[in-house]
Design a protein around this ligand. Sequence first.
Ligand code: HEM
Length: 196
Amino acid sequence: MNTVTDLPALLSSRLKHETADLHEQMHALMEQARPFASRANYARFVAAQYHFQCDVEHLFADPTIQAAVPDLQVRGREAAALADLADLQADAGAASIATGDVAMPEALGWLYVSEGSTLGAAFLLKEAKDKLGLSETFGARNLAAYPEGRAIVWRRFVSFLDRPSLSQAEHEAVLAGAAAAFGRFGDLLKRHFALA
Ligand code: HEM
């Protein structure tokens, strides 16, 4: 008897593969934006990051996301981005919260995009240091690793994503949330850098 069963793909794996094109679009936008060409340009990036982090941290108040990601207290870079803007003597400009109507499970997709971006941030931090003379304590706090280290905090997030408690239908909703979050970051970059 053939007992081979197809196990459903892990949510973390689906997110990584099914949003790869959207991630690539972020690279393309960042190349267009040239955030490390000057401190003034970089301040535009931090303003976009600040508004995105406000969208993400807005979700932290929901008990259902707190249950899904029980270590929210170590996550989020809203305060770091705001402190960076103060270092850079720059203003975030106005923006309203984009996640007012977002709830679990879509909310988990938004967190995925924010938490995943901490991995790429290692490369951005290096550029901020080398090209602009910034650091984890001045201007580039929003790109710094969490105190426990990037990999540990990321792997723990992935373990929350891959808990068996979410149904396949809920996985689809998380994927939709991730797509919306990538879209929002893209929109913020376009707005702050006046890109087409
Ligand atoms: C030029 C800018 C960026 C660079 C160089 C970059 C680079 C990277 C790198 C090297 C990784 C780790 C890949 C791995 O370990 O498999 C990563 C992961 C990730 N990045 Fe970016 N990234 C950039 C911008 C962004 C932005 C703006 C976002 C979202 C707002 C983002 C979201 C993510 C996500 C969600 C992951 C996790 C992928 C996974 O599921 O493993 N990245 N990025």
